[in-house]
Design a protein around this ligand. Structure first.
Ligand SMILES: *[C@@H]1O[C@H](CO)[C@@H](O)[C@H](O)[C@H]1NC(C)=O
Length: 501
């Protein structure tokens, strides 16, 4: 056992050496430029009536009648990725991460801060609409089968814009609670800037959380094939309910939300899914589906200010999570490419690199304040070590990698030219005012030419585990950008910008 541990430790040490070589041989990055672009990306994903302040001008108004067929205004929000569906579950998670980015690092964003706020407000304005009828939460707009069958500009869309809702009878606690988390986190962002708006967001967050908790169930079961296999809720809805309660506690300081977190947290460490019981494991997961590691990091920070959690499992679980990421840790459970990029199973791998890097820098700040280090067996990881690991990931994404390729469109010399994104790959309305129909877009989808419109700031799914990248529009696993890859990276870039100036 100990010999095995030593071997794993040795492999870890070699991997650290490699990571450090890659980082130190690279030139430094312009994190400020990357930050500006990471926020600009969201303008390319906007649905609805674009404001006069729109900077990404090749995009135009789209989906101006969403919800009208049932008498509800659902105009606005974001397309999730390279298609034109509004999937509220990942949209809400992206919004929570944008809000968390501003709450942690907003003071480092300087001239980018107003744009970051606009980015959040574009989502929260939409979520206020999606939750305006008590007892209903709209969770999606657009028939995903119709949409995915076509390669159309959002501005030309003629596929069904079907609105989907959950209600008391057909609940969706994961998506409702994530919307509550997004609204609660955003209410804190706007507290000093627009008190009235902030209060509206918080009031709605409470209402939507109550609905999510009172009528428990997964939108998987309520809406079936309309939401899954697109954004299936694999990890259950308990994590979103606790996450929503944790954000509401942070926003309100009301003890009932804290008690909710405490009482329900044990459910995340064991459970029963479809008759099969399971124990633990999910403490290492964080993304649009699983919130577990994020809850532990968020609550660990709360312990610094509001409430003492020393005897509670949050900090030890957050430590255990960090130990799954550090290459030198005996409990390492993620993989690294030879060039040093973090890998976890599932598509759009860079979502893991950006989301986990965010938690690394946030947790490092907590450790600094608490004057602590993380112990992974015999390995001691200082806060600086966590930051170094996150910086390696950020630098890799920005071009410090074996291909010297930036995975952010428009950043650096060499970046993806054929991203899997309908709007970016089809000529803009300015260039081609005539409509391009469902199958008319295929000429552009299968074309060898680079995309005509730069979706500046978009981070794609990224390279494979051997650091190779085929810049192919059809290879959506690697070439498609998503809002939840970018959102946590906004915070990471603001942090490294503040460290380099
Ligand atoms: C949702 O569906 C997926 C795919 O079928 C399944 O793995 C998952 O367990 C389901 N989630 C819930 C909460 O039922």
């Amino acid at each position: 056992m100990s010999a095995l541990h030593k071997m794993v430790g040795l492999v870890g040490a070699i991997m650290v050496a490699m990571v450090i070589t890659v980082v130190s041989s690279s030139s430094t990055h312009d994190y400020g430029d990357a930050l500006t672009k990471s926020i600009l990306f969201f303008e390319g994903q906007r649905s609805g009536k674009l404001p006069s302040s729109q900077r990404m001008t090749w995009r135009k108004d789209s989906a101006l009648h969403d919800g009208f067929e049932i008498g509800v205004d659902l105009v606005g929000g974001y397309y999730d990725a390279g298609d034109n569906v509004k999937f509220n579950f990942p949209m809400a998670f992206s919004t929570t991460m944008l809000a968390w980015s501003v709450l942690e690092f907003g003071k480092d964003m300087s001239s980018d801060l107003p744009h970051a706020l606009d980015t959040i407000r574009w989502a929260t304005d939409y979520f206020l609409k999606a939750t305006s009828i008590p007892g209903f939460v709209f969770v999606q707009v657009g028939d995903p089968y119709g949409d995915h069958n076509c390669w159309e500009r959002p501005e030309d869309m003629d596929t069904p814009r079907t609105p989907f809702a959950v209600n008391k009878q057909f609940p969706g606690s994961e998506v409702s609670a994530e919307i509550a988390a997004a609204l609660a986190a955003s209410s804190m962002v706007f507290r000093q800037i627009d008190r009235g708006y902030s209060a509206r967001l918080l009031k709605r967050a409470k209402m939507v959380f109550d609905f999510a908790d009172k009528y428990q169930g997964s939108y998987n079961d309520s809406l079936g094939p309309w939401v899954c296999p697109f954004y299936c809720d694999f990890s259950g809805y308990e994590d979103e309910l606790i996450w929503g309660a944790a954000w509401l506690f942070k926003a309100t300081k009301q003890i009932n939300y804290w008690n909710y977190v405490l009482q329900n947290m044990p459910k995340l460490d064991s459970g029963n899914t479809n008759g099969v019981s399971w124990v633990g494991g999910s403490f290492a997961e964080f993304g649009w589906d699983s919130k577990h590691a994020g809850i532990n990091v968020l609550v660990s920070k709360l312990s610094m200010s509001t409430i003492s959690t020393e005897s509670l499992p949050f900090i030890s679980n957050a430590d255990r999570f960090i130990c799954t990421l550090l290459p030198e840790s005996p409990t390492l459970s993620v993989s690294y490419s030879p060039g040093g990029l973090l890998f976890k199973p599932g598509g759009s791998n860079l979502q893991h690199a950006t989301t986990l890097s965010f938690l690394l820098v946030v947790y490092a700040r907590y450790l600094n304040q608490a004057k602590r280090a993380v112990h992974c067996g015999d390995v001691v990881a200082s806060p600086a070590r966590l930051v170094q690991l996150a910086k390696g990931q950020a630098d890799y994404i920005l071009g410090s990698n074996p291909l010297s390729m930036s995975y952010m469109v428009g950043y650096g010399e060499k970046f993806p030219q054929n991203i899997h994104h309908r709007g970016s790959s089809l000529p803009s309305l300015d260039q081609h005012p005539e409509p391009i129909d469902c199958k008319g877009g295929n000429d552009y989808l299968y074309s060898e030419n680079p995309n005509p419109n730069l979706l500046i700031g978009a981070i794609v799914g990224g390279p494979d585990i051997k650091d190779a990248y085929v810049d192919s529009r059809e290879d959506f696993v690697h070439s498609e950008p998503t809002t939840y890859i970018n959102a946590p990276f906004v915070g990471v870039l603001a942090y490294f910008k503040s460290q380099s100036s």
